[in-house]
Design a protein around this ligand. Structure first.
Ligand SMILES: [Zn+2]
Length: 305
């Protein structure tokens, strides 16, 4: 198959968070969207962190992103599902901004860096609200479209390593850190370019969520092999503490249980995925009302110690 021919992969012998060697295979899962290949997900027996074994390296992973179903990079308005998705996105942009302001130190004009800008909807929203915005986006085509459409400053990932220290008040990664190959390099750099009272915002899917347990191997949050890391709430907190970050707030992404459950029902081949996924999403949503750590996706807010 095309994908295997020139691919270089990364083999893990130790846990990327705690360094222990006791790793077991938790799942063997398929890439449903693009390659249809199977990948192992390993779990560290010491700290519980899960990660994808033998994923394509940074140079080989590009083709795995080429999917029409990759909705965060597409702008299609077809179908009820996508109409709902776009409405929800507008609502969530406001919620994200509100949460950032509530967790920030009260400045009016904050310098914001968004890593993994995608089509630029979040950054455009923040720029319209007076934030001084810079974006980082890997895909040159997406970078060009977003910069032109919204008049945004969006740079290539290599530029991240060029920023001077203490430059930004807020750094955001919306469903991005699970895609980052150079996890330690990124976190070191983020720590140095964020001001001492700055805010780091990381949104991640939660493999400990109720819907991850319902859908198991069909859970859409696995998204292999482009999701390299599968952070449970305790894992991200433990990793960030290695870079002297404390978690100051944690919030749910309330629509994700529905979105992820409908995708899960599609991947599992349910006859009416909108209905079956909708009900399972509701079950997941209700179950996490009393325990935020069971929700589909979490936004974590960190500050320096
Ligand atoms: Zn570990």
């Amino acid at each position: 198959m095309l994908f295997l021919m020139s691919m270089n992969t990364i083999h893990h012998n130790t846990c990327p968070i705690c360094g222990q060697q006791n790793l077991k295979t938790k799942y063997n899962l398929q890439d449903y969207t693009v390659s249809k290949e199977f990948y192992d997900i390993l779990e560290c027996e010491s700290c519980g962190f899960m990660f994808t074994q033998d994923p394509p390296d940074a140079k080989s992973i590009g083709p795995y992103y080429k999917s029409d179903a990759y909705v965060s990079h597409s702008d299609t308005q077809e179908g009820l599902f996508f109409k709902i998705y776009h409405k929800v996105r507008e609502h969530m942009l406001k919620q994200k901004r509100k949460a950032i302001i509530e967790n920030s130190s009260g400045h009016r004009t904050l310098k914001l860096l968004d890593i993994g800008t995608g089509r630029g909807y979040f950054l455009n929203h923040m720029q319209e609200q007076g934030f001084l915005c810079t974006g980082i986006e890997q895909d040159p085509e997406v970078r060009k479209i977003a910069s032109e459409e919204f008049n945004l400053k969006i740079l290539a990932p290599e530029q991240l390593y060029q920023f001077e220290e203490n430059k930004f008040d807020v750094i955001t990664l919306w469903h991005v850190l699970e895609h980052v190959h150079d996890l330690k390099g990124y976190l070191e750099k983020i720590k140095s370019i964020l001001k001492s009272d700055g805010l780091l915002v990381i949104a991640l899917p939660n493999p400990d969520s109720t819907d991850a347990k319902i859908y198991r191997e069909h859970w859409a949050g696995w998204d292999l092999p482009i999701h390299l890391w599968h952070f449970k709430p305790q894992n991200i907190e433990s990793l960030l503490s290695q870079y002297q970050f404390n978690m100051v707030d944690k919030r749910r992404l309330p629509f994700d249980p529905f979105y992820v459950s409908i995708l899960g029902s599609q991947q599992r081949g349910d006859k009416l995925p909108m209905i079956s996924g909708g009900f399972k999403g509701l079950r997941s949503y209700i179950s996490c009302l009393s325990d935020i750590d069971k929700t589909t996706s979490l936004i974590y807010f960190f500050k320096k110690e």
